[in-house]
Design a protein around this ligand. Sequence first.
Ligand SMILES: O=C(CO)COP(=O)(O)O
Length: 123
Amino acid sequence: MKLALIAHDGKKNDMVALAAKHLALLQTCSLMATGTTGRRLSSELGLTVDCLLSGPHGGDLQIGARLAVGEVDAVIFLRDPMTPQPHEPDINALVRACDVHDVPCATNLAGAELMLQAWTQRA
Ligand SMILES: O=C(CO)COP(=O)(O)O
């Protein structure tokens, strides 16, 4: 599975904990992530992650571009709904691209858990 992982700063600890919980599955995936998220997953969990640009510098758009050409199977995007983001248009573009291309996109922990549990049962 080609999985994109993204977390806003207020959700990065949640992302690391989620990935730690599902480490065995994620080790079988081809992972990409926005820069800071990816570096944390790599350094703290030893995951191999294709780290793109940081979100505010275009990382969401890079993932969206890959998704549009079939290079992303699913997205976990732990957004922080309480903190305004300078690159809100990029975030909306990525979520829209998921809807346009019917790619599953979990934007909170509960949805991400369901997604990863479903993938674990299929694996
Ligand atoms: O801002 C982000 C997504 O919109 C996340 O980017 P980073 O993983 O580089 O912090």
